[in-house]
Design a protein around this ligand. Structure first.
Ligand SMILES: Cc1cc2nc3c(=O)[nH]c(=O)nc-3n(C[C@H](O)[C@H](O)[C@H](O)COP(=O)(O)OP(=O)(O)OC[C@H]3O[C@@H](n4cnc5c(N)ncnc54)[C@H](O)[C@@H]3O)c2cc1C
Ligand SMILES: NC(=O)c1ccc[n+]([C@@H]2O[C@H](COP(=O)([O-])OP(=O)(O)OC[C@H]3O[C@@H](n4cnc5c(N)ncnc54)[C@H](O)[C@@H]3O)[C@@H](O)[C@H]2O)c1
Length: 442
């Protein structure tokens, strides 16, 4: 049977774009469909604009620290300037993505894709057939079904607010909640960070989460744990989040309560593609769905909703399909950074996870004030933690909360992945004066 394409990719985000252009590079006839801007969550409404906002907001602390170094800076922040420059940068990156696709010979079909039958996808009223189909449709923010949910913004809107609010209530305690709490707080917005459990950053090392939470409080964020928002009401000058603990008033309400896979409008039932109870697509090690010639990569199917993971899955998949590749993504020791303020870099096991898996676990910690801030009015501290298997000497986990923690953890991640031992770590000569050198002397 002759199909229109060898590979049709649905969704031009991190995973989809990488898979499409690499497959086209192998001489395959490839199309990609996208209902929004090419680039996906990461480039258009995720990692990139978020990190630009993080950079923007960090200047506040740098200006404070600068005084001790002899600088007298009169600073004024302009939200519109940031927003316009951010949009220009996103448009520039969108242009690069478009060029990457066209240079590789990938046909971009604009529109929303959904299955008609096993080999046919409808894209905005036109039908296209393909030998193999890759679903890379990512995810969307979810808002709990509570009264007043229509008043709530998510990360999508938070990146495009026309005005910086005077106050904001952020509901959630994961990556997005703490990253945006840090951004708004540092930009002078009064931030309530509301979390339903006892401790934000669930799933992170307990000491790391506690240290980070205290650092956020010290930085001025009003962290409210054990607080569940049950409704949101409009008020004269903003909104009221209702909770058993009382009313929380602010000009904006932002929910960062998780994301769900974009699978509902793909017509998957029609073709018999199985999804998990959370809506994600079930895939095997080959990234194959329950239909053998249909594959899925990225947030739509995986547990590690990170850009480099989506890219790796897409790249290795097409290598295996079209270029005789035999590599599979390895999900152990994925380093990750939460771009909160201070930021959290982490790789490997938490102390609790390690203790569940190994009988003898030894942890070392260190808390100090980074030299960068030592002379200044910035009181932020750095916390570092090593989790070691005491029987084998293997470093199982490495965690940092503090300035430049995210940059630090990438290199240590490489070492952990190679089975780094505590002895090897300590035999390495530190780089002085840095914060990172603490890891080789702990
Ligand atoms: C605010 C925020 C900050 C983040 N920060 C980071 C970070 O710092 N570091 C990090 O590693 N990860 C970060 N992430 C996660 C990262 O963005 C995702 O893991 C990554 O984008 C997943 O890539 P993907 O290819 O699976 O999907 P996506 O990038 O989401 O791409 C899916 C694409 O498919 C399109 N689409 C969906 N349905 C259809 C359809 N039916 N037809 C046509 N097109 C469709 C969508 O419009 C989208 O463009 C962040 C996420 C958010 C929300
Ligand atoms: N720096 C990064 O690498 C980065 C940044 C942002 C997002 N991401 C990725 O995107 C994913 C999604 O981020 P996220 O912050 O939306 O999700 P998350 O899963 O990290 O956090 C969701 C938070 O919402 C809370 N929550 C869930 N349902 C709730 C409800 N009904 N009421 C109140 N609270 C509720 C959870 O307890 C949790 O604290 C992350 O898991 C991560 O993989 C990565």
């Amino acid at each position: 049977m002759k199909y229109d394409f060898d590979l049709l990719v649905i969704g031009a985000g991190s995973g989809g774009v990488r898979a499409a252009r690499i497959a086209a590079g192998y001489g395959k006839k490839v199309a990609i469909c996208e209902s929004d801007k090419v680039g996906g969550t990461c480039v258009i409404r995720g990692c990139v604009p978020k990190k630009l906002f993080v950079y923007a907001s960090q200047y506040n602390k740098m200006f404070k620290a600068a005084k001790a170094f002899g600088w007298d800076i009169q600073s004024q922040f302009n939200w519109s300037t940031l927003l316009n420059n951010k949009n220009d940068e996103i448009n520039r990156l969108n242009g690069i993505y478009l060029k990457l696709l066209s240079n590789a010979g990938v046909e971009l079909i604009k529109g929303h894709g959904s299955f008609v039958n096993a080999h046919t996808v409808d894209i905005s009223g036109h039908q296209y057939t393909a030998d193999k189909i890759l679903i890379a449709t990512g995810g969307t923010p979810t808002i709990p079904d509570i009264p007043g949910r229509e008043h709530v913004i998510t990360s999508n809107e938070a990146l495009d607010l026309t005005e910086l609010p005077g106050s904001i209530t952020i509901n959630g305690g994961g990556y997005i909640a703490v990253e945006f709490a840090g951004i708004f707080n540092a930009l002078g917005v009064k931030v309530n960070l509301v979390y339903r459990g006892p401790q934000i950053l669930r799933g992170f090392d307990d000491e790391v989460a506690q240290f980070a939470q205290q650092s956020f409080i010290d930085a001025g964020i009003n962290v409210m744990t054990m607080t569940e928002v049950t409704a949101v009401e409009q008020d004269v000058d903003g909104y009221i989040c209702k909770s058993k603990q009382g009313d929380i008033r602010s000009e904006q309400v932002f929910f960062a309560t998780g994301r769900q896979a974009n699978t509902t409008s793909l017509n998957l039932d029609q073709v018999g593609i199985k999804t998990k109870p959370n809506g994600q697509i079930e895939v095997n090690r080959e990234q194959q769905t329950s239909l053998a010639h249909v594959y899925a990569v990225g947030d739509v199917c995986n547990a590690d909703n990170l850009t480099p993971v989506a890219i790796r899955e897409g790249h290795y998949l097409v290598n295996r399909l079209f270029n005789g590749g035999d590599q599979y993504p390895d999900y152990d020791f994925i380093p990750t950074t939460v771009f909160s303020q201070p930021e959290i870099g982490t790789c490997g096991l938490t102390e609790a996870e390690a203790k569940r898996q190994y009988p003898n676990v030894q942890c070392s910690t260190s808390t100090f004030r980074a030299m960068k801030y030592a002379m200044s009015e910035v009181t932020e501290k750095t916390f570092m933690k090593l989790v070691v298997n005491a029987d084998t000497d293997q470093v199982l986990g490495i965690h940092v909360v503090g300035a430049d923690g995210g940059e630090m953890i990438q290199g240590f991640g490489v070492a952990l992945k190679q089975g780094l031992s505590k002895t090897q770590l300590n035999s390495t000569i530190g780089i002085h004066p840095t914060s990172a050198e603490e890891f080789v002397t702990m």
